[in-house]
Design a binder for this molecule. Sequence first.
Ligand code: ADP
Length: 441
Amino acid sequence: MVKYDQMGIFSKKKNTTTTTHTAAHSSAASNAILNALHDSVFVISGDGNIRYMNPAAAAMVNFPSEQAKGLQYASVIHLLDSNGAPVQGNQNPIATALRTSQHTESKEFNISKIKSREALPVHLTATPASPEITVVILRNITQELKEEQERSEFISTASHEMRTPVASIEGYLGLALSPQTATIDNRARAYLEKAHEASRHLGKLFRDLLDTTMLDDNKTKIKAVPVKMDSLVRDIADSMAPAIADKGLNYQFGSNDVATATISTTRKIEQLLYCSLDVDFLREIIGNLIDNAIKYTPTGSIFVYLQGDENEAIIVIADTGVGISQEHQKHIFQKFYRIDNSQTRDTEGTGLGLYIVKQRVEAMRGRIWVESTEGKGSKFSVALPRISSEEYERQKMAMESSMRPRVSTDASAPSASSNPAATNPKTAPAPAGHQISRGQK
Ligand code: ADP
């Protein structure tokens, strides 16, 4: 016979007295543990009703456990998104766990207390423990977020302060090494070249650290403008051609056939790819990926090409370099992750490049992935959402008209030049481009 214990977790009733004693003991022990836990535990049945809440959960939602039993979880666990709006339907990780029977986890939500409406940031896990029950655990992360914020502010201030002296060291070493500005003997040159290289590395580390903390603090703003991908990607990639040649590598750029629509067996038309994106971000993404391709390719070639399907424009940067093992491929987009082997050990880097690239790609609602074979080479693909040619024209016109000074057609109205609003930056038309807030889907 199946019966439910205090937590609503079903258990099979056994006949022997010993088993009943053991069961009673273990139930008392689990109760003691749940009562002592600082994390909030909710046990929810398959139909979404609450079966059990521990005391920490009752305190977190500000609602007595006895009254919560049998109520729908959504009427007790009020989740809010980062804008303070209630989390609905499929956005709710608890609903997803109940629907899919898959474990879900998130740090994105706040929980609002019943009555007082005070909101707390929480780490949420929803784990289906059996076909009948899902266990939801909420941990208050207010302190954790505060510490993270302080840490990132410290890193950001320190990197900012150190960037200036490092830039001046790099500048002076550059002057010392230039035959036009200084005379030095060959031994001193070798030392200064090493110092110059190290100061450049330090400068890059501080820049990457600053970018990383800005990204982590959601301080990076995106300025999206409509662009024609073919010419833009080509211009950015071509600007890296001298650096590729300096390393003695071949470089090829190509628009792939996938971007070409076949309209008959004999005639093909180029299908132009348009996107709405931040050009500086795209420059940084392609620059970083080509830079890596150069660093990790001792001999051979670098290929850059652009593909497209119905929904996305896909930029591919491929090399014939050292490659990345399957194991490392899982981690290379993490902060500070560097592969330490005989082929990469001597290559300078911060381990932040791919992390920043991934954040930038995702901020523009794109995806990035890698395919690679050790010893053969790597292929990085960046997919960004396409816009239609009509949408491109519409955004372009909107952008141009926002930049154009407004001329009144009304003869009685003051002219644009005499209208102070037209020249006052506070009342002038909005700048070109539109902002996408990070993480917006
Ligand atoms: P780093 O500053 O070390 O280059 P990244 O975040 O850009 O940092 O890259 C992380 C690691 O991924 C690198 O240390 C390198 O081992 C590996 N990696 C990145 N790009 C390539 C590539 N094109 N070929 C081989 N390995 C690569």
